[in-house]
Ligand binder design. Structure first.
Ligand SMILES: Cc1cc2nc3c(=O)[nH]c(=O)nc-3n(C[C@H](O)[C@H](O)[C@H](O)COP(=O)(O)OP(=O)(O)OC[C@H]3O[C@@H](n4cnc5c(N)ncnc54)[C@H](O)[C@@H]3O)c2cc1C
Length: 457
């Protein structure tokens, strides 16, 4: 029986390990912290389970739902009851256009009626229907495409805040192809960006009323609990892997005094951690891995007494960067999820921090809570003190897929094959950071392990 070690017990590592186990491999997951799940983490606040990391997954990518089905928990999944979101910009709250695709407006008359973008901004966006496409290059940024086709105002007030929210990044630096491949596909059918996306949406034949997101009402930690059961006895906790090296044909994974031997190793740790682990075996791979930049962000989960809070019309709001606020987004969890709306508390989750803004990490928890309460007062007039608040910090948690990312990932894979055969990487840093993409990458790494073991052993 071939032995494979998976380093890191986040969703990528756990799904890779689950797949290996199903295929009959001897597998061990080594996790540094005292629990598995990584970014997937559910906590309790005011007696209710709330997600402290991802709180939903996209339905259009099937892997996470398929995983829930295989774990027997898909029947419990729920979709948001409110779909409409707002945006705080120019000191006012505006509804997001109903007709939009990842923030790209598809009906400029509707956009104009919202008064979110000036009439000059609308005129510039209208040129998208007339101007020939001249500027596309192979690996342009999201910002470059949107600014060229629809103008700066649409970018700064709409698309930027929406897409920046996905990875706490700067859409002017994020690669269109690697960072938002769904938008890249939708943008490739016509020289007009709006017409192209309209064609893409029509061709997809998607029911506009079908759910876009799903979650588990007891938190996505339920998925981790179910995976834990499948991997009973295969997980080693509180074990910080420091390095790997070869001994004869095998790999040795070193964690302090402990050594674990395996035929193959999958590193599913964040890229900068994998870089440190691999650096004695390949400095070139380590350098490439550590060149993936990460953004830090923090959440504050609030539970307010509902008696003192006006209901929010929508699932939450985004904040444009131009406002200079600490908060980047606010999820009005009690309006978004039916199961949270039933409580006598109002649950609100406020995000702070992005790739070029570490202010949240310079405040202690108390300061961060009071700054964000001040901003809730400014944006939604909320003055009631929370019954409970909880700060969750995610330092260096969002990999940034900048221009050149796809080439970098290809080069990492190529060099791993030649310099450290038998060692593989997977996870959020490579081929998508959403939960389904991580599952896909975990499974792809298992396939690479199988191909390697077939050839070598
Ligand atoms: C705040 C936040 C909100 C998000 N929201 C969403 C969302 O709503 N929907 C969505 O689809 N995606 C969301 N994402 C993205 C998604 O959650 C992550 O990309 C994904 O969970 C990452 O999984 P992973 O297994 O690749 O990495 P991780 O979850 O980071 O797992 C890596 C694991 O490695 C362990 N580790 C680190 N160092 C070592 C070491 N030296 N030795 C052993 N183990 C080690 C860590 O403790 C961790 O458990 C969000 C991400 C964040 C940070």
């Amino acid at each position: 029986m071939r032995k494979v070690i998976v380093v890191g017990g986040g969703i990528s590592g756990l799904t890779a390990a689950h797949e290996l186990l199903t295929k009959g491999y001897d597998v061990t997951v080594i996790e540094a912290s005292s629990c598995i799940g990584g970014k997937v983490s559910t906590v309790e606040i005011s007696g209710v389970l709330v997600d402290a990391g991802p709180d939903a997954f996209l339905v259009r990518e099937p892997e996470m739902e398929e995983l829930c089905t295989s774990l027997g928990i898909a029947g419990d999944l729920v979709s948001p009851i409110s779909r409409s979101a707002k945006i705080w910009v120019d000191g006012n709250m505006y509804p997001l256009p109903k007709s939009q695709f990842l923030g790209v407006p598809l009906d400029l008359d509707e956009l104009s009626s919202l008064n979110l973008v000036s009439s000059e901004g609308i005129e510039i966006a209208q040129n998208d229907f007339i101007n020939e496409e001249t500027g596309r290059d192979e690996d342009e940024t999201v910002g470059s495409l949107i600014r060229r086709r629809l103008g700066d105002e649409v970018m700064d007030k709409l698309v930027g805040p929406l897409l920046g929210g996905i990875n706490a990044g700067d859409p002017d630096r994020i690669s269109l192809n690697s960072g938002v491949p769904y938008l890249a596909s939708a943008a490739s059918l016509d020289s007009s960006l709006i017409r192209s996306i309209q064609k893409f949406v029509r061709a997809s034949g998607r029911d506009p009323k079908a759910p876009i997101f799903l979650t588990h009402p007891e938190g996505l930690g339920k998925v981790i609990d179910a995976l834990h059961k499948k991997l009973e006895g295969k997980i080693v906790l509180n074990t910080n892997v420091e390095s790997i090296f070869t001994e004869e044909t095998n790999w040795i994974v070193q964690a302090g005094e402990k050594k674990y031997e395996a035929d193959a190793v999958i590193l599913t740790t964040p890229a900068y951690v994998s870089a440190a682990i691999i650096k004695n075996s390949s400095t070139t791979v380590a350098e490439l891995l550590s060149s993936v930049e990460y953004a830090s962000m923090a959440f504050v989960l609030f539970a307010f007494p509902s008696s003192g809070v006006l209901p929010f019309d929508g699932s939450g709001f985004l904040v444009a960067k131009s406002e200079g606020l600490l908060m980047t987004a606010c999820s009005w969890s009690s309006s978004k999820w039916e199961h949270l709306g039933k409580s006598d508390k109002t649950f609100v989750r406020v995000s702070a921090g992005r790739v070029d803004d570490d202010r949240a990490f310079n405040f202690n928890d108390g300061e961060l809570v009071s700054k964000l309460l001040e901003e809730l007062s400014l944006t939604v007039g909320l003055e009631t003190p929370p019954e409970e608040s909880r700060v969750i910090r995610w330092p260096k948690s969002f990999p940034q897929y900048e221009s050149g990312h796809a080439n970098k990932v290809d080069e990492i894979q190529r060099l791993l094959g030649s310099e450290t055969p038998g060692v593989f990487v997977a996870g959020a840093a490579f081929n998508g950071l959403g939960l389904s993409a991580c599952i896909r990458d975990g499974k792809a790494s298992v396939q690479r392990v199988e191909e390697y073991l077939e050839v070598v052993h």
